[in-house]
Write a protein that binds this ligand. Structure first.
Ligand code: HAM
Length: 423
């Protein structure tokens, strides 16, 4: 029979790779809880209109990248290409927001974009996504970036660059857009890439962050949004930068950073990996403020801001060897020992130790090979001799030291070997 293979761009995740995802998720849960951020879950399927209205009709995501289909009742549905739109919809439907309240949520899960798959770019990928609702203050933008930085450092990532910009507000942005359009009219249209020739009229801001070398060259002389901010946006942005300076978070101002989603206002940022092991897709996180989106989706006039980390790209940066270590492996050397070995493993697990017990009797050599391959720290050998003597050989696989240990002392000995507090 022919085998059925996976859909292109939809990867499976197995150990050790999947352990990295557990590590990223657990670290996120821990660090975000320090900031009072609570986990929510929203559906992966939403009405298509939600994305068209929030991300923007003229964006690449909505124009080219959505998995959209009609259901059995001819309703247009879309697999979420990002989380923010769905979280905002869910916020409006589930939360009675009062004007002075602050809500902090995060959500972890798969997103879907019909892009050309390559290293760090997939059709099903995962995001760790944070959204704050309520605060207008630049303090919130600052805290959000501090939390993201804290998280990335807790993952022990370095060689990162934080790029930041302000996109202004509905008062000052249209004036800037007019200036940009006027500038674009002065350039030789043929020198722009086909996408930018289209964007010039449909979404001129997006021309600014085109990655094509020819467009980049032309845009060196383009007006910058930062020089065109109104005084309120300017002082909001300066206050965010003051927080970063005060907390010694290094950043680069990037006046071409407009992001690929239309809902942003004021602060926008991205974290770029400067090491070259993630290929061309170097943005590992991105976000910003989206005041107006909650209202635009039919909710109250509540400001919002957030970011998302791309888990596949972070995984490329983390040690692939970051294998989940298990504390023990009980090698069973005789049929009679299967039952007591299982009960010993049960006892150890109830003491908070992680590990495995052999399900069948095999040679000592093959069981040791298994333990070494599966990142086990300590191996216990359980044979008939041990049953009679009440003593069991315990081997530290990291140092190679081995001791005979009485059954009743096993837990304390393992504690000593593992140098952890158990129980
Ligand atoms: P985004 O910049 O489109 O923002 O995506 C955030 C991150 O998701 C990117 O920096 C990248 O690491 C990862 N990512 C995006 N597309 C792919 C892909 N095809 N394959 C692998 N990774 C990918 C958003 O999605 C916004 N919703 C972020 C946000 C939250 N803004 C406010 N709140």
């Amino acid at each position: 029979m022919s085998k059925i293979t996976k859909v292109k761009g939809f990867p499976d995740l197995f150990p050790p790779q999947s352990n990295l995802y557990v590590f990223m998720e657990n670290t996120a849960r821990k660090i975000f809880s320090y900031y009072g951020c609570e986990e929510i879950r929203t559906p992966i399927l939403e009405k298509t209109e939600l994305f068209a209205r929030s991300i923007g009709n003229e964006t690449d995501i909505v124009q080219k990248e959505m998995y959209t289909f009609l259901d059995k009742k001819n309703r247009s549905l879309t697999l979420r290409p990002e989380a923010t739109a769905g979280v905002v919809r869910a916020f409006i439907e589930n939360v009675q927001a009062k004007s002075d309240e602050v809500f902090k949520f995060f959500t972890i899960g798969p997103m879907f974009r019909y892009e050309r798959p390559q290293k760090g770019r997939l059709r099903q990928f995962h995001q760790i996504n944070v959204e704050y609702f309520g605060p207008q203050s630049p303090q919130a933008d600052g805290e959000l970036i501090l939390m993201l930085w804290h998280y990335l450092h807790a993952l022990q990532l370095n060689n990162l660059s934080l790029q930041i910009n302000s996109l202004g507000c509905p008062q000052c942005r249209p004036i800037f857009e007019q200036k940009l359009i006027a500038f674009l009219q002065t350039v030789d249209e043929a020198a722009l890439c086909p996408d930018c020739q289209r964007r010039k009229t449909t979404n001129p801001l997006r021309v600014l962050d085109c990655k094509e070398q020819s467009c980049k060259q032309i845009l060196i002389k383009a007006p910058t949004i930062i020089d065109n901010l109104c005084s309120t946006c300017r002082s909001h942005f300066q206050a965010v930068l003051d927080i970063l300076d005060n907390t010694k978070i290094p950043y680069q101002l990037n006046h071409k950073l407009v992001r690929g989603l239309d809902y942003y206002q004021r602060t926008t940022f991205e974290v770029i990996a400067t090491s070259n092991n993630i290929g061309a897709q170097s943005a590992i996180a991105g976000g910003g403020r989206y005041d107006g989106l909650v209202k635009n989706l039919g909710g109250p006039d509540v400001p919002g801001l957030g970011f998302a980390c791309g888990m596949e790209r972070i995984a490329l940066l983390l040690e692939v060897q970051n294998n989940l270590q298990k504390d023990f492996f009980i090698a069973v050397l005789s049929e009679k020992c299967l039952l007591p070995a299982m009960s010993l493993a049960n006892k150890l697990r109830h003491q908070g130790l992680s590990g495995e017990v052999s399900f069948e009797v095999k040679s000592l050599k093959s069981q040791l090979r298994y333990a070494n391959k599966h990142n086990i720290k300590i191996c216990l050998f359980f044979g008939e001799d041990e049953l009679h003597s009440g003593k069991i050989p315990v081997k530290d696989l990291e140092t190679g030291t081995q001791h005979e240990v009485f059954f009743e002392d096993i837990i304390t000995t393992l504690k000593r070997f593992l140098k952890t507090e158990i129980g």
